[in-house]
Design a protein around this ligand. Structure first.
Ligand SMILES: [Cu+2]
Length: 470
């Protein structure tokens, strides 16, 4: 809050210095409040205060920007600025965002609203805001150099247009885009239909989030902005599991998921236990005759997808990107595959050179999820999300849809873990086991691979605590 006051003072001074003659005190006083969000927790939906009813969205680990009405215009104030974003408990990144967080706040309006957005630039370089998917006057499209001059640091620009189409949209810079997107500058925009819409069904729970990715060295906090593909943090709204909040709904709720992709690759987003219909894109609602059921929807770069389903199955249902490397956090890629490699001899010899060398991965990598690995400070654990039965073995783009009979209407609080009724959970077979088939004659035992000697086995040595890249 202190920083906001400082900022407003500074912005006012800067504006006054440049154009004291042209801008009256009244106009300066007219700048709407720049609301600031200090928390990375999912905030309660912002109920419409102006008597135009709609069911507000829940921004996963985010919030909706309050506005004010000014002679029939909805006025918002976005501030592009460096932020500290907690991406998971124990791991905070230095990103760029809006109004205190990355992503910026969700802007939520109604079809037909006239909207005026003040954008103040507190970044160290120029920026501009593009309103992805909106029908608007060309000069409001926010492409620096093409449709407007870039917004210099310290300056405030005003965008104004009518939200013509209902749907799921986003906003992001169109100025030094590679850097500004890699730093986390973007946000969601939701336009609710005015009254009943033939292709947009009312829902009880309406969740939204952006897919984003960062490359942050373990132990550091600032993304490497030159990375093109090899990111190590795959995030939903700049959070990684176990830092992503669960999606809590009531049994029988009609649920909508709105997801936009601002990464450099596609993400097949997969929901367990239910089928959904893709009911809309950033191009608008999908005609009913063009919908089909899915359990995974691939969301391409720069695309948005809106999925509807009825949450009719109780439980804790995994909800995640289906690219397996996207459900991991930093430090996975440079680890050599060690499955089937007998490391006993190797570990002994390496131990003489590197005292804290650990032999890992001989039986897969799950053991790493259960091990308390020493990590550099300010590092997201690689895959230590924990459920009621131990390590989930996931990080990154993963969360849980919690469907409960007892969840109250309007209650988004976490109901805890699901307790399956007796007889409905996978269980251990305690009867006789089949004998293992005999190995064909002449086949080398997998354990033999490690006994061929150090000369024949090239091993990349990585020490816990000194991770490079991941
Ligand atoms: Cu993915």
């Amino acid at each position: 809050m202190v920083s906001r006051r400082l900022f407003l003072g500074r912005a006012t001074a800067a504006t006054a210095a440049v154009s004291a003659a042209a801008v009256s005190r009244v106009a300066l006083a007219a700048l709407p409040e720049a609301h600031h969000q200090p928390s990375a927790a999912t905030q309660p939906p912002l109920l419409p205060p102006d008597g135009r009813p709609y069911n507000p969205v829940v921004t996963l680990n985010g919030w909706t920007l309050p506005w004010r009405m000014n002679h029939g215009v909805k006025e918002f104030h976005l501030v592009a600025e460096p932020v500290k974003r907690e991406m998971a408990p124990g791991f905070t990144a230095r990103l760029w965002g809006y109004n205190g967080q990355s992503p910026g706040p969700t802007i939520e309006v109604v079809e037909g609203d006239r909207v005026r957005i003040f954008v103040t630039n507190r970044l160290p370089e120029v920026t501009a805001v593009h309103w992805h998917g909106q029908r608007l006057p060309n000069g409001m499209d926010g492409v620096a150099g093409l449709t407007q001059p870039a917004i210099p640091p310290g300056k405030t620009f005003v965008y104004e247009f009518v939200a013509q189409r209902p749907g799921t949209f986003m906003y992001h810079p169109h100025a030094d885009e590679m850097v500004q997107m890699a730093m986390g500058l973007h946000g969601l925009w939701i336009t609710h239909p005015k009254g009943r819409h033939p292709l947009i069904d009312p829902v009880d729970r309406d969740f939204c989030f952006l897919l984003n990715a960062f490359d942050i060295e373990p132990g550091s906090a600032t993304p490497k902005v030159m990375t093109m593909l090899d990111f190590n943090l795959w995030a939903w709204n700049s959070r990684v599991f176990p830092g992503i909040d669960s999606l809590n709904v009531r049994l029988g709720d009609r649920v909508r998921l709105r997801v936009g992709n601002l990464t450099m690759t596609n993400h097949p987003i997969h929901l367990h236990g239910h089928e959904f219909m893709v009911t809309g894109t950033d191009g608008g609602p999908v005609p009913r005759t063009a919908r089909w059921p899915e359990v995974t929807v691939d969301i391409g770069v720069g695309q948005m997808r809106q999925m509807d389903f009825v949450a009719d199955a109780e439980g804790d249902w995994a909800f995640h990107c289906h690219k397996s490397h996207h459900t991991m956090n930093a430090m996975g890629h440079n680890v050599p595959t060690m499955i089937g490699v007998n490391q006993r001899d190797l570990a002994q010899r390496l131990g003489k050179l590197i005292p804290d060398y650990m032999a890992m991965g001989e039986h897969g990598m799950h053991e790493m999820a259960e091990m308390e690995m020493p990590l550099p400070e300010n590092t997201a654990p690689m895959m230590t999300g924990t459920g009621p039965f131990g390590a989930v073995g996931m990080g990154g783009m993963f969360s849980v849809l919690k469907v409960r009979r007892g969840q109250k209407a309007g209650d988004y609080s976490d109901p805890g873990w699901y307790e399956a009724p007796s007889g409905t959970r996978a269980y251990e077979w305690t009867g006789a086991l089949p004998e293992a088939p005999a190995a064909p004659a002449g086949a080398a035992s997998p354990a033999g691979a490690g006994t061929t000697g150090a000369a024949a086995t090239e091993v990349q040595i990585r020490k816990p605590g000194g991770h490079h890249q991941h």
